[in-house]
Design a protein around this ligand. Sequence first.
Ligand code: GUN
Length: 283
Amino acid sequence: MVLLDGQALAKHKESMLQEEVARLDVVPVLAVILVGDNPASRVYVNMKVKACARVGINCQLQHLEDSTPQSKLLEILHALNANSSVHGILVQLPLPAHMDTREILEAIAPHKDVDGFHPLNVGRVYSNSLLKGFLPATAMGVMQLLEHYNIAVKGKDVVIVGASNIIGKPLASLMLNAGASVSICHILTKDLSIYTQKADIVCVGVGKVGLVGPDLLKEGAVVVDIGINKQGDKIVGDVDFEAVRHKVSYITPVPGGVGPMTISALLQNTLLATQTALWERSC
Ligand code: GUN
């Protein structure tokens, strides 16, 4: 079994990003908006802020109260869209229940949408027309990790457990674009094992501790664990790592697998947004 070491790869990517950021004529600016006090969101945003600092991106965090009206958030987004010194905008999800997530995501200018959640960027991924636009960070991180370890996707049977707009659906699109046969399983899937037992690559990210054990996997499968769960004072994924480790060929640890790759993909998108803005201004 080989560990897919996202921590090491992300560190390497960060050092390259840092060099590229230093070569720019401007300091990239990423506006991050956190609404409310979801503890997990606070942790994720904190990690993003710190990662930006490591590579020289100016991350401007606005922390809004849970009761902030949607109209106020829209107003902030319109101002950030119009501000040419801001290159990327990220609204941390989930938003409070009184907000319409789709309307908020659609209000972010597509060329600053470093999360890749605006419908225009979603469509670009779906239709494999990626000359412009941004890939959602987690899906991008997973693909980069597999590529780094020379794990071929073309012609493989891939199962993705989790059909969210943030992870499962974009990852399925990227896998399909790369030539895999893709099954997407979710909460209503009657029998997960029917899909996963024949899969060459299983990607799981639903937030359920121990969901994937050895009985769900074929010998030599590649396992990508996107789950992040708190278990006591430990962070664990959705895969029972100890139980499956001797059955799989490759597996991501949690923590230290997909998580760091997601962060470095966000940094890469912010650099891309900045480079594109500079290039367009010079034309
Ligand atoms: N919440 C969980 N993952 C993400 C992400 O990748 N981006 C944003 N904006 N919110 C999230």
